[in-house]
Ligand binder design. Structure first.
Ligand code: PGA
Length: 237
């Protein structure tokens, strides 16, 4: 059963996010789809949603505290208010644009792991590493996993090559197959692929046995497209 995840990033308002979630829920309900579906709206769109058990609403970010003086951040009291127990950690936009340091990423991982959150932990190599070949890519990816407890039962890894995120450049099926297969030898957690996944390329990606699902940004923001992706995901084992 493939996992289908949507990362809204800085898109959708509170109103449109709630309409989106409602539509996805209605579809899951009527089609009796059992695959896990994860949706990461903006913090301002988090809420208590009356949704199917296999839909998980997650936060794109949170500071590793319950509450306190961390201007602009949210803590677990804000997540608890809505029963949110799913979080995205280590996304490349936070690593590269916001310059979130690895130490903080590891701290977040430990903090949310200790609180039983479902953690989608993102890793991915930049273009210059990709151009140095498979060995360099694997070495880079494992360096991003250092300090992370890979045996955590609520861990999901998302492999998202930085050069493929939001660029329209998707990794080739052979590239994805090669990297996922190597990761799978050492990691028992499900591994999602992310980076320019769209309705028209998702099927061939999900057909790979070593791909447990996808984390989708721009290709998922239209609800009809996301529902189509869920449908395709439900057909794969
Ligand atoms: P993209 O983003 O699908 O827009 O490339 C993927 C992601 O950042 O998770």
């Amino acid at each position: 059963m493939k996992i289908i995840a949507s990362n809204f990033k800085t898109n959708h308002t509170r109103k449109s996010a709630s309409q989106f979630i409602k539509q996805v829920d209605e579809f899951i309900d009527k089609s009796n789809i059992k695959n896990d579906v994860l949706i990461f709206p903006s913090s301002t769109s988090l809420d208590c949603f009356d949704i199917a058990q296999n839909i998980f609403i997650g936060t794109q970010n949170a500071y590793p505290v319950s509450d306190g003086s961390y201007t602009g951040e949210i803590g677990t009291i804000h997540l608890d208010e809505f029963g949110i127990k799913t979080i995205l950690i280590g996304h490349s936009e936070r690593r590269h644009i916001i310059k979130e340091p690895n130490e903080l990423i590891i701290k977040k991982y430990d903090f949310f792991k200790a609180r039983d959150y479902k953690i989608v932990y993102c890793i991915g190599e930049p273009l210059e590493v990709k151009n140095s070949g498979t060995e360099a890519i694997i070495e880079y990816l494992f360096s991003q996993l250092e300090g992370i407890d890979l045996s955590y039962e609520n861990l999901i890894i998302a492999y998202e090559p930085v050069w493929a995120i939001g660029t329209g450049v998707v990794a080739t099926i052979d590239d994805i197959n090669e990297i996922h297969s190597i990761l799978k030898q050492k990691i028992s957690a499900p591994i999602l692929y992310g980076g320019s996944v769209k309705v028209d390329n998702i099927e061939s990606i999900l057909k790979l046995e070593c791909v447990d699902g996808v984390l989708v940004g721009s290709g998922s923001w239209n609800v009809e497209d996301f529902i189509e992706m869920i449908k395709i995901g439900a057909k794969e084992k």
